[in-house]
Design a protein. Structure first.
Length: 109
């Protein structure tokens, strides 16, 4: 579930925009998540995950985007933090994930 959600949530929340405007960011995060998941022992198909994102309508969004916009409690740490901590454990870089998480964090203020 996290692999499917992470790119969509971070990209839409960071830009406060629907998926159609930020699909490239969502796909980049998905690729990073696949690498991190592999290091954690979970075999995910990168092509399948990216295809799922591409199949979503351009108007798709996320609850993270809505929560940040509303100033409500959100799941940024559960989504991005989990990926970034796992990446760090394995010495992997997840630059797009980190960048978008920082942008979401900045929007919270």
């Amino acid at each position: 579930k996290l692999a499917r959600l992470c790119g969509l949530a971070l990209a839409t929340a960071a830009a406060d925009a629907p998926l159609g405007d930020v699909r490239g960011d969502a796909e980049a995060v998905a690729r990073e998540v696949v690498a991190v998941a592999g290091a954690e022992g979970a075999a995910l198909e990168e092509d399948a995950l990216v295809a799922e994102l591409r199949a979503l309508p351009g108007a798709a969004s996320s609850s993270l985007r809505a929560d940040v916009a509303a100033g409500a409690d959100d799941e940024l740490d559960a989504i991005a933090g989990a990926v970034l901590r796992a990446a760090a454990r394995h010495g992997l870089a997840a630059p797009r994930t980190a960048e978008l998480a920082a942008r979401v964090e900045a929007r919270r203020r």
